[in-house]
Ligand binder design. Structure first.
Ligand SMILES: NC(=O)c1ccc[n+]([C@@H]2O[C@H](COP(=O)([O-])OP(=O)(O)OC[C@H]3O[C@@H](n4cnc5c(N)ncnc54)[C@H](OP(=O)(O)O)[C@@H]3O)[C@@H](O)[C@H]2O)c1
Length: 298
Protein backbone atom coordinates (compact mmCIF):
# COMPACT_ATOMS: atom_id res chain seq x y z
CA UNK A 1 0.00 0.00 0.00
CA UNK A 2 1.58 3.32 -1.00
CA UNK A 3 1.47 6.46 1.08
CA UNK A 4 -1.39 8.40 -0.48
CA UNK A 5 -2.63 10.58 2.34
CA UNK A 6 -0.28 12.64 4.48
CA UNK A 7 -0.68 15.07 7.35
CA UNK A 8 2.22 17.53 7.49
CA UNK A 9 2.68 19.67 10.60
CA UNK A 10 5.19 22.52 10.35
CA UNK A 11 4.46 22.92 6.64
CA UNK A 12 5.33 26.62 6.46
CA UNK A 13 8.93 26.09 7.63
CA UNK A 14 12.11 25.51 5.63
CA UNK A 15 11.73 21.76 5.37
CA UNK A 16 7.94 21.72 5.48
CA UNK A 17 7.73 23.96 2.42
CA UNK A 18 10.11 21.73 0.48
CA UNK A 19 8.18 18.61 1.51
CA UNK A 20 4.95 20.08 0.21
CA UNK A 21 6.67 20.47 -3.17
CA UNK A 22 7.79 16.84 -3.44
CA UNK A 23 4.64 15.05 -2.32
CA UNK A 24 2.72 16.08 -5.41
CA UNK A 25 -0.07 13.80 -6.51
CA UNK A 26 -0.81 12.81 -2.89
CA UNK A 27 -3.45 14.18 -0.59
CA UNK A 28 -1.44 16.40 1.77
CA UNK A 29 -3.15 18.08 4.70
CA UNK A 30 -0.91 20.88 5.93
CA UNK A 31 -2.65 22.95 8.60
CA UNK A 32 -1.05 26.18 9.79
CA UNK A 33 0.36 26.40 13.32
CA UNK A 34 -2.60 28.54 14.42
CA UNK A 35 -5.00 25.81 13.17
CA UNK A 36 -3.31 22.82 14.80
CA UNK A 37 -0.69 23.06 17.53
CA UNK A 38 1.55 19.98 17.45
CA UNK A 39 1.77 20.12 21.25
CA UNK A 40 -2.03 19.83 21.54
CA UNK A 41 -2.61 16.08 21.31
CA UNK A 42 -6.40 16.45 21.33
CA UNK A 43 -6.24 18.69 18.26
CA UNK A 44 -3.78 16.31 16.63
CA UNK A 45 -5.97 13.28 17.28
CA UNK A 46 -8.99 15.12 15.89
CA UNK A 47 -7.07 16.01 12.75
CA UNK A 48 -5.96 12.42 12.21
CA UNK A 49 -9.50 11.19 12.76
CA UNK A 50 -10.82 13.66 10.18
CA UNK A 51 -8.14 13.05 7.57
CA UNK A 52 -7.28 9.34 8.09
CA UNK A 53 -3.69 9.70 6.83
CA UNK A 54 -1.24 6.89 6.08
CA UNK A 55 1.57 9.07 7.45
CA UNK A 56 1.99 11.94 9.91
CA UNK A 57 5.07 14.12 9.30
CA UNK A 58 6.37 16.33 12.09
CA UNK A 59 8.46 19.27 10.83
CA UNK A 60 7.99 21.39 13.95
CA UNK A 61 10.63 22.09 16.55
CA UNK A 62 11.67 24.53 19.19
CA UNK A 63 15.17 24.88 17.74
CA UNK A 64 16.57 28.17 18.92
CA UNK A 65 19.60 26.53 20.54
CA UNK A 66 20.44 29.37 22.94
CA UNK A 67 16.83 29.81 24.03
CA UNK A 68 16.53 26.05 24.62
CA UNK A 69 19.44 26.37 27.11
CA UNK A 70 17.50 28.98 29.02
CA UNK A 71 14.14 27.23 28.68
CA UNK A 72 14.85 23.47 28.78
CA UNK A 73 11.33 22.63 29.93
CA UNK A 74 9.95 24.30 26.82
CA UNK A 75 12.53 22.47 24.68
CA UNK A 76 11.56 19.08 26.11
CA UNK A 77 7.84 19.89 25.86
CA UNK A 78 8.11 20.68 22.14
CA UNK A 79 10.90 18.37 20.96
CA UNK A 80 10.38 15.32 23.16
CA UNK A 81 7.03 15.08 24.96
CA UNK A 82 4.91 16.30 22.06
CA UNK A 83 6.80 13.94 19.73
CA UNK A 84 6.20 11.07 22.16
CA UNK A 85 2.46 11.76 22.23
CA UNK A 86 2.25 12.06 18.44
CA UNK A 87 4.18 8.80 17.94
CA UNK A 88 1.85 7.11 20.43
CA UNK A 89 -1.26 8.41 18.70
CA UNK A 90 0.08 7.19 15.35
CA UNK A 91 0.98 3.74 16.72
CA UNK A 92 -2.52 3.34 18.17
CA UNK A 93 -4.04 4.17 14.77
CA UNK A 94 -1.50 2.14 12.76
CA UNK A 95 -0.40 5.34 11.05
CA UNK A 96 3.27 5.74 10.14
CA UNK A 97 5.09 8.61 11.87
CA UNK A 98 7.99 10.67 10.58
CA UNK A 99 9.90 13.15 12.71
CA UNK A 100 12.98 15.24 11.98
CA UNK A 101 16.04 15.29 14.20
CA UNK A 102 19.46 16.88 14.15
CA UNK A 103 23.25 16.50 14.20
CA UNK A 104 23.07 18.22 17.61
CA UNK A 105 22.21 14.85 19.16
CA UNK A 106 25.96 14.15 18.77
CA UNK A 107 28.82 15.48 20.86
CA UNK A 108 31.01 16.35 17.88
CA UNK A 109 34.25 14.78 19.15
CA UNK A 110 34.47 11.68 16.93
CA UNK A 111 36.64 13.36 14.23
CA UNK A 112 34.77 11.49 11.52
CA UNK A 113 31.26 11.85 10.13
CA UNK A 114 28.58 10.36 12.38
CA UNK A 115 26.70 7.30 11.16
CA UNK A 116 23.15 6.37 12.07
CA UNK A 117 24.20 3.81 14.69
CA UNK A 118 26.79 5.97 16.46
CA UNK A 119 26.02 6.75 20.10
CA UNK A 120 24.33 10.06 20.79
CA UNK A 121 25.85 12.46 23.35
CA UNK A 122 24.17 15.85 23.13
CA UNK A 123 25.90 18.91 24.57
CA UNK A 124 22.88 21.19 24.57
CA UNK A 125 19.36 21.18 25.95
CA UNK A 126 18.19 21.40 22.35
CA UNK A 127 20.21 18.32 21.33
CA UNK A 128 19.13 16.42 24.45
CA UNK A 129 15.47 17.22 23.81
CA UNK A 130 15.76 16.05 20.19
CA UNK A 131 17.58 12.86 21.25
CA UNK A 132 14.80 12.25 23.78
CA UNK A 133 12.28 12.76 20.96
CA UNK A 134 14.07 10.05 18.98
CA UNK A 135 14.07 7.55 21.88
CA UNK A 136 10.45 8.26 22.68
CA UNK A 137 9.47 7.77 19.03
CA UNK A 138 11.19 4.37 18.88
CA UNK A 139 9.40 3.06 21.95
CA UNK A 140 6.08 3.13 20.07
CA UNK A 141 7.10 0.45 17.57
CA UNK A 142 8.76 0.13 14.20
CA UNK A 143 6.55 2.20 11.89
CA UNK A 144 8.51 5.40 12.22
CA UNK A 145 11.09 7.38 10.29
CA UNK A 146 13.64 9.49 12.17
CA UNK A 147 15.34 11.83 9.73
CA UNK A 148 18.51 13.47 11.08
CA UNK A 149 19.59 16.48 9.09
CA UNK A 150 21.80 19.52 9.69
CA UNK A 151 22.45 23.10 8.57
CA UNK A 152 19.25 23.27 6.54
CA UNK A 153 19.05 26.00 3.91
CA UNK A 154 16.22 26.62 1.50
CA UNK A 155 14.04 29.36 0.18
CA UNK A 156 11.93 29.84 3.31
CA UNK A 157 13.20 31.42 6.52
CA UNK A 158 13.00 29.54 9.81
CA UNK A 159 10.08 30.50 12.00
CA UNK A 160 12.19 31.73 14.89
CA UNK A 161 14.74 33.67 12.83
CA UNK A 162 12.57 34.71 9.87
CA UNK A 163 15.46 34.30 7.41
CA UNK A 164 17.96 31.73 6.28
CA UNK A 165 21.55 32.36 7.27
CA UNK A 166 22.73 32.25 3.67
CA UNK A 167 20.11 34.80 2.61
CA UNK A 168 21.12 37.07 5.49
CA UNK A 169 24.82 37.08 4.62
CA UNK A 170 24.20 37.56 0.88
CA UNK A 171 22.12 40.63 1.69
CA UNK A 172 24.88 41.92 3.95
CA UNK A 173 27.34 41.55 1.06
CA UNK A 174 24.91 43.31 -1.28
CA UNK A 175 24.78 46.25 1.13
CA UNK A 176 28.58 46.26 1.45
CA UNK A 177 28.43 45.23 5.12
CA UNK A 178 31.12 42.96 6.64
CA UNK A 179 30.36 39.37 7.64
CA UNK A 180 32.06 37.25 10.31
CA UNK A 181 31.62 33.48 10.07
CA UNK A 182 32.73 30.67 12.34
CA UNK A 183 35.55 28.64 10.79
CA UNK A 184 36.00 25.89 13.38
CA UNK A 185 32.53 24.30 13.34
CA UNK A 186 32.31 21.62 10.65
CA UNK A 187 28.96 20.27 9.49
CA UNK A 188 27.10 18.87 6.48
CA UNK A 189 24.92 21.53 4.83
CA UNK A 190 21.48 20.36 3.72
CA UNK A 191 19.52 21.96 0.90
CA UNK A 192 15.86 21.62 1.87
CA UNK A 193 14.60 20.52 -1.60
CA UNK A 194 17.25 17.75 -1.70
CA UNK A 195 16.39 16.58 1.82
CA UNK A 196 12.71 16.58 0.89
CA UNK A 197 13.33 14.42 -2.19
CA UNK A 198 15.23 11.84 -0.16
CA UNK A 199 12.51 11.85 2.51
CA UNK A 200 9.91 11.15 -0.16
CA UNK A 201 12.01 8.29 -1.54
CA UNK A 202 12.44 6.80 1.94
CA UNK A 203 8.71 7.02 2.54
CA UNK A 204 7.97 5.45 -0.84
CA UNK A 205 10.39 2.64 0.00
CA UNK A 206 8.79 2.29 3.46
CA UNK A 207 12.31 2.36 4.86
CA UNK A 208 11.41 2.72 8.52
CA UNK A 209 14.16 3.58 10.96
CA UNK A 210 16.81 6.26 11.44
CA UNK A 211 18.40 7.94 8.43
CA UNK A 212 21.01 10.66 8.03
CA UNK A 213 19.84 12.98 5.25
CA UNK A 214 22.23 15.80 4.36
CA UNK A 215 24.14 16.88 1.29
CA UNK A 216 27.33 14.88 0.94
CA UNK A 217 30.52 16.36 2.37
CA UNK A 218 31.50 18.65 5.20
CA UNK A 219 32.52 22.28 5.49
CA UNK A 220 32.85 25.12 7.98
CA UNK A 221 30.32 27.93 8.01
CA UNK A 222 33.08 30.29 6.86
CA UNK A 223 34.04 28.17 3.84
CA UNK A 224 30.36 27.67 2.98
CA UNK A 225 29.73 31.42 2.85
CA UNK A 226 33.05 32.04 1.10
CA UNK A 227 31.90 29.81 -1.78
CA UNK A 228 28.48 31.50 -1.86
CA UNK A 229 30.15 34.92 -2.12
CA UNK A 230 32.55 33.73 -4.84
CA UNK A 231 29.68 32.25 -6.86
CA UNK A 232 27.60 35.42 -6.66
CA UNK A 233 30.40 37.83 -7.57
CA UNK A 234 30.98 39.06 -4.00
CA UNK A 235 34.43 37.50 -3.70
CA UNK A 236 35.76 40.88 -2.55
CA UNK A 237 33.11 41.31 0.16
CA UNK A 238 34.50 41.66 3.68
CA UNK A 239 34.32 38.13 5.12
CA UNK A 240 36.26 37.34 8.26
CA UNK A 241 36.83 33.85 9.73
CA UNK A 242 36.39 33.66 13.49
CA UNK A 243 36.40 30.85 16.02
CA UNK A 244 33.32 29.78 17.94
CA UNK A 245 35.09 30.89 21.12
CA UNK A 246 35.50 34.41 19.67
CA UNK A 247 31.71 34.64 19.27
CA UNK A 248 31.46 34.70 23.03
CA UNK A 249 28.40 32.43 22.91
CA UNK A 250 28.19 30.48 26.18
CA UNK A 251 26.28 27.54 24.62
CA UNK A 252 28.63 24.66 23.78
CA UNK A 253 27.96 23.27 20.34
CA UNK A 254 29.21 20.16 18.53
CA UNK A 255 32.32 21.37 16.69
CA UNK A 256 32.52 18.48 14.20
CA UNK A 257 29.14 16.98 13.37
CA UNK A 258 28.99 15.98 9.69
CA UNK A 259 26.49 13.18 9.10
CA UNK A 260 27.12 10.19 6.87
CA UNK A 261 24.31 8.12 5.42
CA UNK A 262 24.76 4.35 5.56
CA UNK A 263 21.19 3.30 4.73
CA UNK A 264 20.44 4.56 1.21
CA UNK A 265 22.47 2.03 -0.79
CA UNK A 266 20.60 -1.02 0.50
CA UNK A 267 17.22 0.64 -0.10
CA UNK A 268 18.10 2.02 -3.54
CA UNK A 269 17.65 5.68 -2.53
CA UNK A 270 19.82 8.06 -4.55
CA UNK A 271 22.34 9.88 -2.30
CA UNK A 272 22.04 13.65 -2.10
CA UNK A 273 24.47 15.67 -4.22
CA UNK A 274 27.54 17.21 -2.63
CA UNK A 275 27.04 20.44 -0.67
CA UNK A 276 28.85 22.49 -3.35
CA UNK A 277 26.34 21.42 -6.02
CA UNK A 278 23.49 22.03 -3.59
CA UNK A 279 24.71 25.55 -2.83
CA UNK A 280 25.08 26.29 -6.55
CA UNK A 281 21.53 25.07 -7.15
CA UNK A 282 20.26 27.29 -4.34
CA UNK A 283 22.11 30.30 -5.76
CA UNK A 284 20.76 29.69 -9.28
CA UNK A 285 17.20 29.45 -7.94
CA UNK A 286 17.79 32.60 -5.89
CA UNK A 287 19.10 34.49 -8.95
CA UNK A 288 15.99 33.50 -10.93
CA UNK A 289 13.75 34.63 -8.05
CA UNK A 290 15.51 37.98 -7.76
CA UNK A 291 15.36 38.55 -11.55
CA UNK A 292 11.66 37.64 -11.67
CA UNK A 293 10.90 39.92 -8.72
CA UNK A 294 12.78 42.82 -10.37
CA UNK A 295 10.89 42.23 -13.65
CA UNK A 296 7.63 42.43 -11.70
CA UNK A 297 8.67 45.70 -10.07
CA UNK A 298 9.34 44.32 -6.55
N1 LIG B 1 17.11 24.47 10.42
C1 LIG B 1 18.15 23.65 10.58
O1 LIG B 1 19.29 24.00 10.25
C2 LIG B 1 17.94 22.28 11.15
C3 LIG B 1 19.05 21.47 11.38
C4 LIG B 1 18.85 20.19 11.89
C5 LIG B 1 17.59 19.73 12.16
N2 LIG B 1 16.54 20.54 11.95
C6 LIG B 1 15.20 20.03 12.27
O2 LIG B 1 14.42 20.08 11.09
C7 LIG B 1 13.05 20.27 11.45
C8 LIG B 1 12.48 21.39 10.60
O3 LIG B 1 13.27 22.55 10.79
P1 LIG B 1 13.04 23.86 9.92
O4 LIG B 1 14.34 24.54 9.80
O5 LIG B 1 12.25 23.53 8.70
O6 LIG B 1 12.13 24.69 10.94
P2 LIG B 1 11.33 26.02 10.70
O7 LIG B 1 11.67 26.60 9.36
O8 LIG B 1 11.50 26.87 11.90
O9 LIG B 1 9.82 25.54 10.61
C9 LIG B 1 9.14 25.07 11.74
C10 LIG B 1 7.69 24.91 11.36
O10 LIG B 1 7.00 24.36 12.46
C11 LIG B 1 5.89 25.18 12.79
N3 LIG B 1 5.67 25.02 14.22
C12 LIG B 1 6.53 25.30 15.24
N4 LIG B 1 5.98 24.91 16.41
C13 LIG B 1 4.77 24.38 16.12
C14 LIG B 1 3.74 23.79 16.90
N5 LIG B 1 3.84 23.67 18.23
N6 LIG B 1 2.63 23.35 16.27
C15 LIG B 1 2.50 23.48 14.92
N7 LIG B 1 3.44 24.00 14.13
C16 LIG B 1 4.57 24.46 14.73
C17 LIG B 1 6.28 26.56 12.34
O11 LIG B 1 5.14 27.36 12.14
P3 LIG B 1 5.13 28.89 12.65
O12 LIG B 1 6.30 29.54 11.96
O13 LIG B 1 3.81 29.40 12.21
O14 LIG B 1 5.31 28.81 14.14
C18 LIG B 1 6.98 26.21 11.03
O15 LIG B 1 6.03 25.95 10.02
C19 LIG B 1 13.05 20.52 12.96
O16 LIG B 1 12.74 19.30 13.59
C20 LIG B 1 14.48 20.88 13.29
O17 LIG B 1 14.83 20.51 14.60
C21 LIG B 1 16.67 21.80 11.44
Amino acid sequence: MSTRRIVLIGASGQLGTALQDVFTGREVHAPAHREVDFEDDTALERLLEQTQPDLLINCTAFHNVDLCEREPLRAFAANALAVDRAAGICAARDTAFLTVSTDYVFEGTLRRAYREDDAVGPLTAYGASKAAGEFLTRRHGPRHYIIRTSGVFGTTGTSNKGYTLIEKVLRQAERGEPTRMVDDMIFSPSYAPHVARAVRDLVDARAYGTHHVTNVGAVSWYAFVQRAFAKTGYQNAALEPISHAELGNPTRRPMFSPLENTTFAAIGVVPLPGWEEALDEFLTARRLRVTAAAANGF
